[in-house]
Write a protein that binds this ligand. Structure first.
Ligand code: MN
Length: 268
């Protein structure tokens, strides 16, 4: 099995090496990751600028990986790897382990989830792994990677091309084990955050997104509540964002006026 591993924290992030190390016995592992941290890159793609690829020194437990850095976004990494860098497209794409959870609406901002989503767009099975972290907390990536591997072992037999699964790990305070696994939907509630004014000179003002945020409220049985309660959340995501309920509503509107008088009709 050809496995591509990427992330959004950058090629030097310990979570990347730990994830690659956790799956190396499953097949041939290739790591292609952003040269620099790309958290919050979402599904951005580099359109006009060239992408520079370089070999990257990457090892876990003393064993080196075939690894490349790309001076682009996570999505660039997955596309470039699948299209050009790998002799054949991967059979499985993994993203992570992200430093920080990607639950709720964070799936829209997350480069970690985007890398996996891009793989799903390419018809490949993909899993994103993210780990909850407290302020200033150091993560035990060896322990987290071992958990990710056990989650993957359950997922793998049922994973099909185009499948996208987001896995979030709870905070493991004092080395505690997760309470269990919840297969849950993604929360949709608003994230409450703020922008701090950090400098002002004439008409120019400089803002910075505060790292202090919280959820507006909690819905029942979501990825967010599972993490809060100490459970691993497993959430299958889909590429099709269509709202089918509204699709039917909108289809029943009278759209005839939109094209009236714009030629081809009765005319004047
Ligand atoms: Mn990140």
């Amino acid at each position: 099995m050809r496995i591509l591993v990427s992330n959004d924290d950058g090629v030097a992030a310990p979570g990347l090496a730990a994830l690659a190390g956790a799956v190396r016995d499953l097949g041939t592992v290739t790591v292609v990751a952003p040269a620099d941290a790309q958290s919050g890159a979402g599904h951005g793609i580099t359109v006009r600028e060239p992408l520079t690829v370089d070999r990257a020194p990457l090892a876990w437990n003393g064993e080196a990986f075939e690894a490349y850095s790309v001076d682009g976004r996570p999505v660039d990494c997955v596309r470039l790897a699948s299209r050009s860098l790998m002799a054949e497209p991967p059979d499985l794409v993994l993203s992570g382990i992200n430093h920080g959870s990607n639950d709720g609406i964070c799936v829209f901002y997350s480069g970690t989830v985007a890398a996996a989503a891009e793989a799903a767009l390419l018809g490949l099975p993909a899993v994103a792994f993210s780990a909850s972290v407290g302020p200033g907390e150091c993560l035990d990536y060896a322990a987290l990677a071992a958990i990710c591997r056990r989650v993957l072992d359950v997922l793998l037999p049922g994973l099909r091309g185009g499948d996208l699964v987001s896995v979030n790990l709870p905070r493991l305070e004092g080395g505690a084990a997760p309470a269990g696994v919840h297969v849950v939907r993604q929360a949709t509630v608003e994230l409450i955050d703020s922008y701090e004014l950090v400098a002002e000179a004439g008409a120019e003002r400089v803002y910075r997104l505060s790292q202090d945020f919280h959820w507006e409220r909690h819905e029942q049985e979501t990825d967010t509540t599972s993490l809060r309660d100490g459970y691993i959340s497993v959430t299958p995501l889909q590429i099709d964002l269509t709202d089918y309920r509204r699709l039917n509503d909108l289809a029943q509107e009278d759209w005839s006026g939109v094209t009236e008088g714009s030629g081809g009709g009765d005319g004047i």
